[in-house]
Design a binder for this molecule. Structure first.
Ligand code: ADP
Length: 642
């Protein structure tokens, strides 16, 4: 661009022109001294520079920066460069700081000019304020960054549904790139059965409405439906006309999945809670059931003049009902131990035959009472198992007893076993009331009972099969139930791993069951339940022993010294002094070293046994105690000591 040629008279005209400019303008001489500035320049600078003064050279601003924020010394500003380089610099962006710290942006247009002799005499700089534009750009850039970095898909469309903007999250969510999506109709995201939705959305937008948290389904590029929550707002132009809509889509697939999970957990919990309530009602009923016949038998025993056979009958009734009660309570305890992982298995190398025999023995009374015919079919060769015989027998006893309970009298029960590779499959089948197919999956849940089946049974708590499944799992086995339906009989199929090779488990040392060989013991029975102490003492007395009873720990220690028994049967949960402490005190006395101390308690966990061993007990027995077993244990202990 040719340089400005200015004559002295022009100078005045130029100043007059600059005065009217809606932009900042100033001039300086070839040495940079400011020779003129207009009012707008003063407003922009926020100060008035001194004219023709060495302190204000090249520019009247307080401070100067390049657009990226780097400071520019005044003698490096565009005005200075224009003079130095004898060259025009126009449209150069700069930032100016006022003395009050505020900043504004301008385009500098610096033009050197020459006098009539062609000498460079100075320059003029016109500063156009672009602060508003700069701010808009910054705001736009900031919004752009926010939209781009959003985790939610942000889309805009016009009122005909054509996509106009598409951010990174929209790419990730829907699978289309911005290039693929912009310009196409939003319909591509909408499942065919939801097209009405879009019509309704557009109608509401045109009415100026905003839609929030609109949960719906949209389609990905690959055709997969996705759960999204939409917030849709109208976009207006400067005259407030609606020209389109912005749409924020949030992927709620995970939330939906979580909701479904929570819902199903809640349903399960409600169901478990309902079953627990049912169970408590059943439990009260089942515990009360045996009490009635016991109460009747006791009343009968009280009556004078009962015949011998009536007395026998009463004893049988009590015996049977106590057995039944004990089994119920044992099942309850077992289930609670298993759920707390506290059940210890005493595994040993055994055979399926001995397990099945024990189970048949245990369930024989109910099978016989209901006059069922039982057929047992085992393979001829022995099938070895590493198992807790008692627990596994309990499994098959449960299945056989159920078969007997849920089959009309005089039915048929079959137990069949066959090898299947490394497993043995044992099936217990009956021709009883059967199970509706839809109930089969629930049978092994705790407290589950098929409605209508209860009345047919001898009662139960709905925990037998749950116990069976868990006991089998502890043996590495499994169980399944089959039935063709109501009245079609049922079949329970157990799978267990067969033990191969050498026995991997040690045979546990259990006290030998022995017969009562010696009566005439002196026995102190200690229990805070007076009836329990009294009845046991009575039984011991009838079988030829001398007994005394005590009901708390202190009394136990005192009486043990006075009575000098051969054995003390000591409850653990005693008032004043608990059983462990009483045992310790007895053992600490010279007279207490040799006597036999047996803990009789309701607690039989390994920890309980360890504690009683540490307190000086010779043996730990769990109530209810069978007299024969008790005498066997005493005799055995005595023998091993002698
Ligand atoms: P229960 O104490 O009620 O017998 P279980 O857990 O042993 O509890 O059995 C659960 C339910 O399974 C029973 O209430 C009964 O409805 C059903 N069931 C179990 N065994 C049989 C069977 N052999 N035939 C028909 N129904 C059975």
């Amino acid at each position: 661009m040719p340089l400005l040629q200015i004559e002295a008279s022009d100078d005045r005209n130029l100043r007059r022109t600059l005065e009217t400019l809606p932009a900042g303008a100033y001039t300086c001489d070839a040495a940079g001294l400011i020779t003129y500035f207009n009012r707008t320049a003063v407003e922009l600078w926020g100060r008035e520079p001194r004219l023709n003064h060495a302190a204000d050279r090249w520019c009247g601003s307080f401070k100067l920066y390049s657009p990226d924020g780097t400071p520019i010394p005044h003698d490096q500003c565009w005005m200075a460069l224009a003079v130095r380089d004898r060259k025009a610099y126009t449209g150069r962006e700069i930032a100016i700081e006022r003395p009050d710290g505020s900043r504004w942006f301008a385009l500098a247009h610096a033009n050197p000019f020459l006098n009539e002799q062609g000498l460079l005499v100075g320059a003029v700089n016109v500063l156009v304020d672009i602060t508003d534009r700069k701010h808009s750009e910054l705001v736009l850039a900031r919004f752009g960054a926010i939209v781009e970095s959003s985790e939610d898909a942000i889309i805009s469309k016009d009122l005909t549904g054509v996509i106009r903007d598409w951010n990174g999250a929209a790419e990730r969510l829907f699978g289309y790139t911005a290039a693929e999506a912009v310009g196409r109709s939003i319909i591509m995201l909408i499942p065919a059965d939801r097209l009405d939705e879009e019509r309704e959305i557009l109608a509401r937008l045109r009415a100026g409405e905003r839609l929030t948290h609109f949960d719906t389904v949209r389609l990905r590029k690959d055709g997969q439906p996705i759960d999204v929550s939409l917030t849709i707002s109208p976009i207006r132009d400067a005259r407030r006309n609606i020209i389109g809509a912005s749409k924020i889509a949030r992927d709620i697939g995970d939330r939906k999945k979580d909701e479904a999970k929570i819902y199903s957990l809640m349903t399960e919990l409600k169901e478990a809670d309902r079953r627990k309530s049912d169970f408590l009602a059943t439990l009260a009923h089942e515990l009360r059931n045996p009490l009635n016949p016991i109460r009747n038998a006791v009343n009968l025993l009280r009556l004078k003049g009962s015949t011998e056979s009536e007395l026998e009958l009463c004893k049988d009734v009590i015996d049977r009902q106590v057995d039944h009660l004990t089994r119920l309570v044992d099942d309850l305890l077992d289930i609670s131990r298993i759920t707390r992982d506290k059940l210890d298995l005493r595994k040993e190398r055994t055979t399926l035959e001995s397990v099945v025999n024990a189970a048949v023995e245990l369930s024989r009374p109910v099978i016989d009472r209901r006059r069922h015919e039982l057929t047992v079919n085992l393979p001829p060769e022995p099938i070895h198992l590493d198992a807790d015989v008692v627990r596994l027998a309990q499994v098959f006893m449960n299945l056989l007893t159920n078969a007997a309970k849920y089959t009309e009298e005089g039915g048929h029960i079959r137990l069949t076993a066959k090898r299947d590779g490394s497993q043995v499959v044992v099936a217990v089948a009956d021709d009883g009331i059967g199970i509706p197919p839809e109930k089969l999956p629930n049978l092994f849940e705790m407290f589950y009972q098929v409605e209508g089946a209860r009345e047919r049974s001898d009662g139960g708590l709905g925990i037998g099969l749950s116990l069976v499944r868990r006991l089998l799992a502890l043996h590495g086995g499994s169980i399944a139930a089959e039935s063709a339906g109501i009245g079609q009989g049922s079949e329970f199929i157990v799978r267990l791993p067969v033990a191969e090779g050498e026995s991997a488990v040690e045979k546990p040392t259990s006290p030998q069951a022995s017969v009562v060989t010696r009566a005439g013991w002196r026995i102190l029975v200690v229990d805070d339940n007076r009836d329990a102490a009294l009845s046991l003492a009575m039984l011991l007395r009838i079988t030829g022993n001398e007994t005394q009873t005590a009901h708390d720990g202190l009394e136990a220690v005192a009486l043990a010294e006075k009575f000098s028994p051969d054995a003390v049967l000591l409850d653990i949960g005693l008032p004043k002094l608990n059983g462990y402490e009483a045992a310790r005190r007895i053992r600490a006395e010279p007279w207490g070293k040799a006597l036999l101390l047996v803990a009789l308690t309701g607690w039989g966990q390994p920890d309980d046994r360890r504690l009683s061993r540490e307190a000086g007990f010779n043996h730990h027995m769990v109530k209810p105690v069978d007299l024969n077993t008790l005498m066997g244990v005493l005799t055995e202990l005595k023998r091993s000591r002698d």
